[in-house]
Design a protein around this ligand. Structure first.
Ligand code: NAD
Ligand code: GLY
Length: 362
């Protein structure tokens, strides 16, 4: 049964859309109905999420002719091949330009299915139904879609905004603890970008989040989505401040690619990456050792890693970081901390200090 629902809006003119957050929203067909324009839908999910929630999605759209597409589960399947599977099954089902794609799952499903929606017959409508904490607070909002390339994370994709985002927080009941913590990493990220009060709240309420207290989770999801919606509304295509959302990501993506996709979870890599960004900021004198330690403590409290894997050598790190979407005209830009709770996008860092941080870390 549906309980309290909160609604946020991503304001993008004609491409604006709502984010619905609440418990039991997957029991409410009226919510999704206005966003399905044609008579057909395709629901893209994976083999883990399908047995848990696919029936609920079917019940949401009883009048719609729906085709299910089940992807293999895992970051290592966020590939061109999986994209090809989606196109093929959509063509076999005679999906057309009025078909609505429903992306049911975590960030991997959302990103690859979103890119299929962006490109199938040059673009069709899609709806994000995120089922991991990470996808609820980050990947389902903002329209970044895409796949990994063996040489770099998320290197091929498109901006394609969904029609709406439906966050049923009850789906978190089946998520394992490691994945929950990975989602908390992205929540913590918003605090260090520009919301130190949120960091204080997270510090006080971390136990509740880890114990899946529904109110604490709903609050953290809502506040995170508000941050994301604001930044995306201001800079949809990342010409400026949206890059702040990549705090920890240049280091983190290097960890994910260097270790092999899926070995480190995205949120885990971002956690270690945030500490590396903090250490580099400290080397410049922008924050102090106590600040870095407070970041480490909060991430540790969330059961997240605070050091990169030793398997990646400094040299490899440099190589991996040079394939980053924040490299412009050959110059690497990093998200660093100007002070605690105020991140900046900078190419004005000392490369020697970066090397110092890398060689100390790995
Ligand atoms: P994921 O999609 O791999 O999901 C994690 C695991 O949880 C998977 O095994 C999945 O099958 C399972 N799962 C999903 N929902 C479940 C549920 N309710 N109960 C039980 N199991 C469930 O990982 P993720 O952390 O959700 O997403 C990571 C991906 O998101 C990365 O590829 C990352 O690059 C991407 N991402 C994209 C953006 C963006 O803006 N597009 C932002 C952040 C991250
Ligand atoms: N997760 C980074 C972004 O959406 O821009």
């Amino acid at each position: 049964m549906k309980t309290v629902m909160k609604t946020l809006h991503v304001d993008l003119g004609t491409r604006s859309y709502p984010i619905y957050i609440g418990r039991g929203l997957l029991n409410d067909p009226e919510l999704i109905d206005p966003f399905i324009k044609g008579k057909t839908a395709v629901t893209v999910t994976n083999t883990t999420v399908a047995p848990l929630y696919l029936d609920k999605v079917h019940q949401l759209i009883p009048e719609i002719t729906n085709t299910d597409i089940l992807l293999p589960d895992g970051e290592k399947y966020k590939t061109f091949e999986t994209l090809g599977q989606i196109y093929t099954e959509m063509l076999e089902a005679r999906c057309d330009r009025k078909t609505t794609l429903l992306a049911l799952g975590g960030g991997v499903v959302g990103d690859v299915a979103g890119y299929a929606a962006a490109s199938y017959q040059r673009g069709i409508n899609f709806i994000q139904i995120p089922t991991t904490l990470l996808s609820m607070v980050d990947s389902s909002v903002g329209g970044k879609t895409g796949v990994n390339h063996p040489l770099g994370k998320n290197m091929v994709g498109a901006f394609h905004q969904p029609q709406c985002v439906i966050i049923d927080t009850e789906t978190l009941n089946t998520l394992d603890d490691r994945q929950l913590s990975a989602g908390i990493a992205e929540i913590i990220k918003y605090g260090y970008i520009n919301d130190l009060d949120f960091i204080d709240w997270l510090d006080e309420n971390m136990d509740k989040l880890l114990k899946r207290d529904p109110e604490a989770l709903a609050y953290a999801i809502h506040r995170s989505c508000q941050h994301k919606a604001d930044i995306v509304a201001a800079d949809e295509k990342e010409t400026g401040q949206r890059a702040l959302l990549n705090l920890g990501h240049t280091f983190g993506h290097a960890i994910e690619t260097g270790m092999g996709y899926g070995v480190w979870l995205h949120g885990e890599a971002i956690s270690a990456g945030m500490v590396m960004a903090a250490e580099l900021s400290k080397e410049h004198g922008w924050i102090d050792e106590a600040d870095v330690n407070s970041i480490r403590e909060l991430l540790k409290k969330a059961n997240l890693p605070i050091e990169p894997p030793k398997e990646i050598l400094a040299e490899q790190f440099n190589d991996l970081m040079s394939i980053d979407k924040k490299v412009q005209d050959g110059v690497l830009h990093l998200v660093l901390m100007n002070s605690l709770g105020e991140s900046i996008i900078s190419n004005d860092f000392d490369p020697d200090l970066l090397q110092k941080v890398l060689s100390r870390a790995v």
